[in-house]
Design a protein around this ligand. Structure first.
Ligand SMILES: CCCCCCCC(=O)SCCNC(=O)CCNC(=O)[C@H](O)C(C)(C)COP(=O)(O)OP(=O)(O)OC[C@H]1O[C@@H](n2cnc3c(N)ncnc32)[C@H](O)[C@@H]1OP(=O)(O)O
Length: 220
């Protein structure tokens, strides 16, 4: 399917790529936070711009066009390393390390200053994006995956920057629709609640009873 790429890589090659690119994304994530907060003098800012331009040019000498997509290996393992919320190679991603315990899908993450909306609080759109991903992963983990059809969010109170939990669980399944609810939790208090409807798209349904495994699954 469009955006899905098969790569003939061994587990060792994937591990090596992970060790190579995860620190790159980490450093750029730190750079973004430093860019928001720095108060160094103008010449130092100019110097930083020059260094960043050099790094960007270096990385751009060889790069894929468009987006990273979903990369598959012949053993059925896949990587969504470009994903905006969980992507290992994406410095925009907080990133969320999404886990599963029983019926609960959750991620514990520290939200940095680059995600600020109201002063000292997490931007509501960032919260929505994280909930979208974690609710979607709950549908995947329950074996009833889908794309987000509807996502309703209720912001009960501000969510402070810093450590938060984003969690979700499947409520029920009706045909091709999976109903999922979730919360953002800070210090044992729910700051945000969400309800989502995740729909197995017609294009996937048309593939029959045996679509490619994990086609809508979250990435590693
Ligand atoms: C890697 C994945 C991890 C997931 C985390 C990330 C989640 C995302 O960010 S996904 C990106 C954001 N979402 C999108 O881009 C989705 C865009 N929308 C679409 O592709 C389609 O509208 C889609 C797939 C939602 C539904 O299309 P399609 O499969 O053709 O639906 P259709 O056959 O008309 O309807 C199927 C059922 O769903 C219902 N339905 C259709 N659209 C919606 C909707 N938006 N909301 C609620 N219900 C809907 C229909 O009423 C119908 O219900 P019933 O079976 O009871 O009659």
């Amino acid at each position: 399917m469009f955006g899905h790429v098969m790569e003939d890589l061994t587990p060792e090659e994937i591990a090596a790529a992970s060790q190579l690119y995860a620190p790159l994304a980490d450093r750029v994530r730190e750079l973004v936070a430093a860019t928001v907060l720095t108060e160094v003098p103008a010449p130092d800012v100019a110097k930083a711009i020059q260094l960043i331009e050099e790094a960007t040019a270096l990385l751009g000498t060889k790069a894929v066009e468009g987006s990273f997509g979903v990369r598959w290996t012949p053993d059925g393992k896949r990587r969504t390393w470009g994903n905006a919320i969980v992507g290992l190679r994406n410095p925009i991603a907080p990133p969320l390390d999404i886990r599963q315990r029983g019926d609960l899908t959750y991620a514990d993450v520290v939200i940095g200053p680059q995600y600020e909306g109201p002063p000292t609080l997490v931007h509501g759109g960032i919260i929505a994006a994280m909930l979208d991903q974690v609710l979607g992963d709950a549908a995947v983990n329950a074996g009833v995956p889908g794309m987000t059809g509807t996502l309703r969010i209720r912001y009960n109170r501000g969510t402070p920057l810093g450590p938060i939990r984003v969690q979700s669980a499947v409520d029920r399944v009706e045909g091709v629709k999976t109903f999922v609810s979730g919360q953002v939790i800070v210090d044992d208090a729910v700051t945000v609640e969400a309800e989502g409807i995740f729909i197995l798209p017609k294009a996937v349904r048309d593939l029959g009873d045996n679509p490619p495994p994990g086609i809508l699954a979250p990435g590693d």
